[in-house]
Ligand binder design. Structure first.
Ligand SMILES: C[S@@+](CC[C@H](N)C(=O)[O-])C[C@H]1O[C@@H](n2cnc3c(N)ncnc32)[C@H](O)[C@@H]1O
Length: 296
């Protein structure tokens, strides 16, 4: 295990159960975002996300979950993701120690091949939990979204003494749409399950404040720490794989070199083919019109 620190942000390169158990104090963290391996056979560097049985995966998960609950402050918040099939175990287990405030569905657009003989999976579940349901952070004003019907039709509330336009902003419900991170997007890193910055931004704005301490025990591309840092929070991140550690050192600390190796972001200039098979040069950006139209 090795650790790195810069301006209140800490990165541990090692196994999360070991780091959580031996290096992080009880009741010390304001917000924990957990996006573990899902036991669905992804390759994370030389780590294969596949346990011999569901029971082994769940038992391993309970180890880091117990540690995270210990580490969470009494007024802290914990967000927990896993596969749709494993989530029922987690949902029942956390209720012993935490209150589940919301069962969030993160749904996204289709990319790649779609199922043809059943309804393909287009969402991932997220539990939003707190230790004390009477004392927790929820910055409703920081995450409001436009309520489409009201804003489009500019409705006026005539029940008020002075007729006033309806408030067009609301706290989002528990079904969240954010596009998945794709090769073409500005934020893309080389990792199979990178989470979008927009998803983490909503979580961090809602459930933490300036200078809050945020923990991500399965950092991957360090989306949590990168967004948290931009928002003026402090972070602790843990990641097992060296190739992803290097992403974190670049993305969170701004390092340009590690052990003599240049740390470069993925090249965002790609050669793609148009529908006639001709190569065209294109710089992709998030939200680009090319997202919908071109298969690379
Ligand atoms: C689902 S990904 C997290 C993705 C991340 N949220 C992001 O936005 O990029 C899970 C990560 O956990 C890492 N990992 C797997 N086992 C680990 C362990 N025992 N300790 C620490 N990290 C581990 C994997 O290498 C992988 O990067």
């Amino acid at each position: 295990m090795q650790s790195y620190e810069q301006q209140g942000n800490i990165i541990f390169h090692g196994d999360s159960v070991n780091v959580l158990r031996n290096h992080i104090s009880s009741a010390s963290v304001d917000l924990i975002f957990i996006d573990p391996p899902y036991n669905i056979g992804k390759k994370f560097g030389d780590f294969h996300d596949q346990w011999d049985s569901e029971e082994e995966y769940i038992n391993w998960s309970y180890q880091w979950l117990n540690e995270c609950i210990r580490i969470l402050k009494p007024n802290g918040t914990l967000y927990l993701m896993t596969s749709t099939q494993a989530m029922p175990y987690f949902d029942i287990y956390v209720r012993k120690e935490l209150t589940i405030l919301s069962r969030i569905v993160w749904h996204y657009d289709s990319s790649g091949v779609q199922a043809k003989k059943y309804f393909g999976s287009m969402y991932e579940p997220i539990l939003h939990c707190v230790k004390n349901k009477n004392d927790y952070t929820f910055n409703a004003d920081d995450i409001k979204v436009e309520a489409k019907t009201g804003s489009q039709r500019k409705l006026i509330d005539y029940r008020k003494s002075v007729p006033t336009p309806y408030n067009t902003e609301k706290v989002p419900g528990n079904a969240w749409y954010f596009p998945r991170v794709r090769y073409r997007m500005e934020e893309y890193e080389n990792h199979p399950t990178q989470k979008p910055e927009s998803l983490l931004e909503r979580i961090i704005l809602a459930s933490s404040n300036q200078d809050s301490l945020i923990l991500d025990p399965f950092a991957g591309t360090f989306t949590t720490a990168a967004v948290a840092k931009q928002l003026g929070r402090k972070t602790i991140s843990i990641e097992l794989q060296k190739e992803y550690l290097k992403i974190g050192l670049r993305r969170v600390f701004g390092w340009q070199e590690y052990e003599g190796e240049r740390l470069l972001s993925p090249d965002k200039n790609h050669k793609i083919r148009n529908k006639h098979g001709k190569n065209i040069e294109c710089e992709f950006r998030q939200g680009s019109i090319f997202d919908a139209n071109i298969t690379s």
